[in-house]
Every structure is written in structure tokens, then in C-alpha cells.
Design a protein around this ligand. Structure first.
Ligand SMILES: C[S@@+](CC[C@H](N)C(=O)[O-])C[C@H]1O[C@@H](n2cnc3c(N)ncnc32)[C@H](O)[C@@H]1O
Length: 99
């Protein structure tokens, strides 16, 4: 069962991101991955970050095919640290981020 609530402002967020196919994005508050999946459906590649282990495990279990297709990469931890690491180490050059 998906215990996560419905993604808020989903269409507004997707419109604002103006997603480009094949480009990378960060979803800094992965939760139930609703925003992440919507970005992927538009052709984006997502690094989904959540500090909550359950959220990361949920996405890992339920979106395995996206992970296998390299459309979704998961990271557990505080988004401030992960984002800084991504920028400093140039691990994930994201076009736009959603918080
Ligand atoms: C409202 S939910 C996100 C919903 C999600 N965008 C969706 O579409 O379902 C918020 C999530 O952000 C995570 N979160 C809050 N602050 C965070 C932080 N500083 N770093 C990483 N994750 C954080 C929480 O653990 C929670 O899972």
C-alpha cells in the first residue's frame, strides 16, 4: 500500500521545471516519488533524495524498473549535503531541482 499522500502542485511543478528529455533533475524531497515519476514520464532523469529511509526503500521496491533503466537514482540523506556534494564533486549536474 502506498502510504504517501498525493503529490502537491504536481502539474504546476512539472510546468515550472519545463523538463527537457534526457536532462538531469534533483527531487530533493522524494517522499512517495510522485514528482520524480512525473519528471521521468516527461523524459527527465531524476536523482531522488530523502532523509527518511522508508521513503527510499519504498521507491527502491516500487520503482525498480525506473532504477534499472537509469531513469531514477536514489540517495538517502539530507538534501543540503547531497546537493552540495553533487555540485562540488560534479556527480550529478542537474538542470533544475525541486524541493
Ligand atoms: C511531502 S513529502 C514529498 C512528497 C513527494 N514530492 C511526492 O511527490 O510524493 C516530503 C519528504 O521530504 C523529506 N524531507 C524533508 N526534509 C528533508 C531534507 N532536509 N532532506 C531530505 N529529505 C527531506 C521527508 O522525509 C518526506 O519524505
Amino acid at each position: 500500500m502506498n502510504n504517501y499522500h498525493k503529490s502537491v502542485l504536481l502539474q504546476e511543478a512539472i510546468d515550472a521545471l519545463n523538463i527537457e528529455k534526457g536532462k538531469k533533475y534533483i527531487d530533493a524531497t522524494l517522499g512517495g516519488a510522485g514528482h520524480s515519476l512525473a519528471i521521468i514520464d516527461q523524459g527527465g532523469i531524476v536523482l531522488g533524495i530523502d532523509q527518511d529511509e522508508e521513503a527510499v526503500e519504498f521507491a527502491n521496491k516500487n520503482h525498480e524498473s525506473r532504477i534499472m533503466n537509469h531513469e531514477l537514482v536514489l540517495a538517502r540523506g539530507n538534501f543540503c549535503k547531497h546537493r552540495q556534494d553533487c555540485e562540488r564533486k560534479r556527480i550529478w549536474k542537474s538542470r533544475r531541482n525541486i524541493f
